[in-house]
Design a binder for this molecule. Structure first.
Ligand code: PMP
Length: 303
């Protein structure tokens, strides 16, 4: 377990980062959070796209009528501080979370306090396999007029929880949601790309996706490598018959999909386009590509 957690403005011991069972978020899912990776390279932790994640956190809160009582600069400082204080010399995952606390028990919770915590924990691979086998979930990702799925909000993750468990119990690595119109949407915690004739295709924001920061990174890097990237709806049949498919996500990074619903994708192995983009991605997150060093925040771990 980590030694310290940043909680409501200060660094506290892990054991003291506690909340009451009465907190609103526990009952109604009123929390917003982020997942951010820090890569340990060259004796420092290189946090990837920290400010972009914190911007999304603040926007998620805005959608839920929550005012986070810290500025983006303060949250950035706090994320750096908690990463440094824990003294990690390995890859880490940073998890800021803002939630409705005590003050009002009703469903609205507008009078509840807003509490903020930032955790930093060691994290290696997230998906259990280097190449994943998937099923289309029987659960759909909620449409935008049912829940604001642009917000990375705790309550919305009930659908990911159900889909992920369903996939695991069926013997698969991961689930793929369809959107409410029946088009390919995303994984339980990842965006999805397919490759057809060397063109990358990924579902658009209006397919109820979470607009992933890794998705944006991959779109940028793929275009740098000279590939065309199209954001458009993808049908289920197109997914079965594409040349390559992969997930993107902070935790999942770039993970090749080699099977969907008992159909082998491409040649059943990591495709050439996926491989090229993954290699560049690894260079970028390690801070070795000049053009993208601004995406990295270096933290010297405490001795
Ligand atoms: N979709 C969902 C549902 C997710 O939970 C995540 C992980 N945050 C993603 C997509 C990928 O987003 P990102 O690349 O910003 O981590």
């Amino acid at each position: 377990m980590p030694k310290y957690v940043w909680f409501n403005g200060s660094v506290v011991e892990w054991e003291n980062a506690k909340v009451h069972v009465y907190v609103h978020a526990l009952h109604y899912g009123t929390a917003v959070f982020e997942g951010i990776r820090g890569y340990y390279f060259d004796d420092v932790i290189k946090i990837f796209r920290l400010r972009d994640h914190l911007k999304r956190l603040i926007n998620s809160a805005k959608i839920l009528y929550m005012n986070i009582p810290y500025t983006i600069d303060e949250l950035e400082k706090a994320s750096i501080e908690i990463t440094r204080e824990n003294g990690y010399r390995e890859n880490v995952y940073i998890r800021p979370i803002a939630f409705r606390g005590l003050g009002e028990f009703g469903v609205r919770g507008l009078k509840s306090s807003i509490e903020v915590a930032i955790l930093a924990i060691p994290l290696g691979k997230y998906l259990k396999s280097e190449k994943v086998r998937c099923i289309i979930s029987s659960w759909r990702r909620p449409p935008n007029d049912v829940l604001p799925v642009e917000a990375k909000a705790s309550g919305i993750y009930l659908s990911s929880n159900l889909a992920g468990i369903e996939a695991a119990l069926s013997g698969y690595d991961e689930a793929i949601f369809l959107d409410y119109d029946g088009y390919v949407c995303e994984g339980s915690g990842e965006n999805i790309f397919i490759v057809k004739d060397r063109v990358l295709i990924t579902p658009p924001v209006y397919s109820s996706i979470l607009e992933g920061i890794t998705r944006n990174t991959v779109i940028t890097l793929a275009r740098d490598l000279g590939y065309t990237v199209v954001e458009r709806r993808i049908s289920r049949g197109e997914l079965y018959t594409c040349d390559e498919a992969f997930f993107t996500g902070t935790a999942a990074e770039i993970t090749p999909i080699v099977e969907v619903d008992h159909r082998v994708i491409g040649n059943g192995d990591v495709g050439e386009v996926t491989d090229r983009i993954s290699n560049l991605f690894r260079e970028v997150v390690s801070g070795h590509v000049d053009k993208y060093v601004s995406w990295i925040t270096e933290v010297k771990p405490k001795l």
